[in-house]
Design a protein around this ligand. Structure first.
Ligand code: UDP
Ligand code: MG
Length: 138
């Protein structure tokens, strides 16, 4: 069973769409095997998004990601990395397909409601960032 990390970002928690996002995963047959709410520090947000450290949006993104609590989840299922990315939609909600999470709930390219790992390697690293083995219910 493949696993991926999903995060409902501070805007998703603030807008009250935690349940809506989770419902989409469950309706798609994806299993949630770990979940926690956590308020990242700016430092932790910078570590999590280190791959983007040289991008012009890095400071704003990490300020946003540490602006309020997030819900981190481990999703499991066949092909779940790609399936989750499809449910999320394009990074910029303006480009996201109808019926995707970002199209339906996101306000702009930064505050785009959800994060999802983009490869098996990043999934492994990102899951370990939030969860230890005992916290994942296989
Ligand atoms: N982001 C941004 N401005 C941009 C591109 C990305 O603020 O021009 C933010 C946005 O929150 C995005 C995150 O940085 O989700 C990570 O960017 P990435 O390209 O990895 O997009 P994702 O994998 O989340 O679709
Ligand atoms: Mg990404």
């Amino acid at each position: 069973m493949e696993k991926t990390l999903s995060i409902i970002k501070p805007d998703g928690v603030q807008k009250g769409v935690i349940g809506e996002v989770i419902k989409r995963f469950e309706n798609a047959g994806i299993k949630i095997v770990a979940m926690k709410m956590i308020h990242l520090t700016k430092e932790k947000a910078k570590n999590f998004y280190a791959v983007h450290k040289d991008k012009p949006f890095f400071d704003s993104l990490t300020t946003f990601m540490s602006s309020g609590p997030v819900v981190a989840m481990v999703l499991a299922g066949e092909n779940v990395i790609e399936k989750n990315r499809e449910l999320m939609g394009a990074t910029n909600p303006a480009d996201a397909a109808p019926g995707t999470i970002r199209k339906d709930f996101a306000s702009d390219v930064e505050k785009n409601i959800v994060h999802g790992s983009d490869s098996p390697q990043t999934a492994a690293t990102e899951i370990a960032f939030f969860f230890n083995e005992l916290e994942i219910c296989e």
